[in-house]
Design a protein around this ligand. Structure first.
Ligand SMILES: Nc1ncnc2c1ncn2[C@@H]1O[C@H](COP(=O)(O)OP(=O)(O)O)[C@@H](O)[C@H]1O
Ligand code: SF4
Ligand SMILES: [Mg+2]
Length: 325
């Protein structure tokens, strides 16, 4: 397995108390596989990814337990320098906001080329040629002419392509894309997502795709992990989850996707808000919002039940949910 996160716990020590942002997350990504991580804002998707990348804010963040196995090696046990090496060459991250991730005073060619100068010891001239090659690869038109331009001279979609190019530069085996298309308009979103999926297949990389939008991952992900209040509440192969969710929260997310064939119908929204992580409700964290909640849900934390070999659901009533009751 390329990446295996095991029983990961991350806390934030704040003035108000300890926020349990990640509470025992397990997920895995194989080479050439795409895992979509889904959930409302504040569910711990980014914090989990930052822990994998080794870029958590510590303090206030603290890894309170678990393992992060990358090619069989626990990253949490590595020395800072070994960790940095893996982060630089073997993993890369794409963020939502390219404008704040790119350096405004360097041309895109300089920034892309820098990867090769620093990590591969290339000359500036060769690095520039590589930068043009990368820009071609992410289909930025007129790459040769535009390699000397600054980030602000590109459109949002093109900037996101530059971010993808930066991530691909050293041909990492794992890419984490955190809401890579959220800031783009809908048509551009689909183009960037398709490009990412295509390059991922070509290079046989593992891809973790973080999003709050179930609508954008259906065509590109192999499997989905749904997060709620710092836990995975359902994992399944992508098509199965769309056919029949085994967790009421997933069902709610699915029902809140706008559908073209149902124009004009009022969009469903899950009632209420995600819990405050300083005070996660006892029992199932979703119980105050769940239309199926019963007494046991308010007292007993549901374990991740095995639905079948490839599916898990943290709901006491997963069977009924799966049957559509
Ligand atoms: N730098 C930080 N300081 C304190 N708390 C944080 C910090 N970053 C994240 N958190 C906590 O972790 C929770 C999960 O955040 P995050 O993983 O960013 O959610 P999302 O699923 O939207 O990516 C937040 O709701 C917040 O309580
Ligand atoms: S365990 Fe209970 S509250 Fe939680 S999702 Fe299932 S039915 Fe709803
Ligand atoms: Mg996030």
């Amino acid at each position: 397995m390329l990446l295996e996160v095991r029983d990961l716990h991350v806390e934030f020590h704040t003035r108000e108390g300890v926020a349990k942002a990640v509470n025992g997350v397990n997920y895995s990504v194989a080479e050439g596989e795409t895992l979509a991580v889904l959930g409302e804002s504040g569910s711990g998707k980014s914090v989990t990814a930052q822990a994998v990348m080794g870029i958590l804010d510590m303090p206030p963040g603290k890894i309170a337990g678990g393992e992060i196995l990358f090619k069989g090696q626990d990253l949490l046990k590595l020395k800072a320098e070994e960790r940095r090496k893996i982060r630089g060459q073997e993993m890369a991250m794409i963020f939502q906001d390219a404008l704040s991730s790119l350096n405004p005073v360097l041309t895109v060619g300089e920034q892309l080329g820098e990867m090769y100068v620093v990590h591969r010891g290339m000359s500036r001239k060769d690095a520039r040629a590589k930068a043009v090659e990368l820009m071609d690869r992410v289909r930025i038109p007129a790459a040769k002419e535009r390699v000397g331009q600054y980030p602000h001279q590109f459109s949002g979609g093109m900037r996101q392509r530059i971010m993808i190019a930066m991530a691909l530069a050293l041909e990492p085996s794992l890419i984490i894309a955190d809401e890579p298309t959220t800031a783009l308009d809908v048509t551009v979103q689909a183009q960037v997502m398709d490009l990412l999926a295509e390059l991922q297949r070509e290079l046989n990389m593992g891809l973790i795709l973080i999003t709050h939008d179930l609508g954008v991952v259906a065509d590109v992900a192999d499997k989905i992990a749904v997060m709620y209040a710092g836990r995975i509440v359902e994992t399944a192969p992508v098509h199965e989850i769309y056919k029949a969710p085994a967790h009421p929260y997933t069902r709610g997310l699915l029902q809140s996707i706008p559908r073209l064939d149902q124009k004009g119908r009022e969009l469903y929204a899950i009632k209420g808000l995600p819990p405050n992580l300083l005070r996660i409700p006892p029992g199932c964290a979703f119980n105050p919002r769940c239309p199926m909640a019963r007494d046991v849900c308010r007292t007993d934390v549901p374990p991740l039940y095995e639905v079948d070999e490839q599916r898990r659901s943290a709901c006491h009533f997963w069977k009924e949910t799966l049957d559509g009751r």
